[in-house]
Design a protein around this ligand. Structure first.
Ligand SMILES: [Zn+2]
Ligand SMILES: [Zn+2]
Ligand SMILES: [Zn+2]
Length: 92
């Protein structure tokens, strides 16, 4: 199901299929044996990284380093997207 087409965020509007996590783990935390709280999946490249409640905030780090604007929650049962440049939450 595509996200809400009425959102003002053009990045989210461009998404037709929400990318799901390939693995339920933060790729960066696994490398350094760190813990995470929640997982987010980048909608541009599909990488899954940890949220801002996690000590290392890898999803936000990835977004600022790569310029990839939109993440989706990778938590079971959560259906929302977040756009960094527009600071917009959109459910789907
Ligand atoms: Zn946007
Ligand atoms: Zn992480
Ligand atoms: Zn990405």
């Amino acid at each position: 199901m595509p996200p809400d087409p009425t959102t003002s965020c053009e990045h989210v509007r461009a998404i037709t299929t929400v990318r799901q996590p390939a693995r339920r783990e933060c790729e960066e935390c696994v490398k350094i044996a760190a813990r995470w709280v929640h997982l987010r999946t980048c909608q541009e490249c599909g990488t899954t990284r940890c949220c801002d409640d996690s000590p290392n905030r890898h999803a936000t780090g990835h977004a600022s380093a790569s310029g990839h604007p939109v993440i989706a929650s990778a938590e079971p049962g959560e259906r929302w997207l977040y756009c960094y440049p527009d600071d917009a939450f959109v459910s789907y």
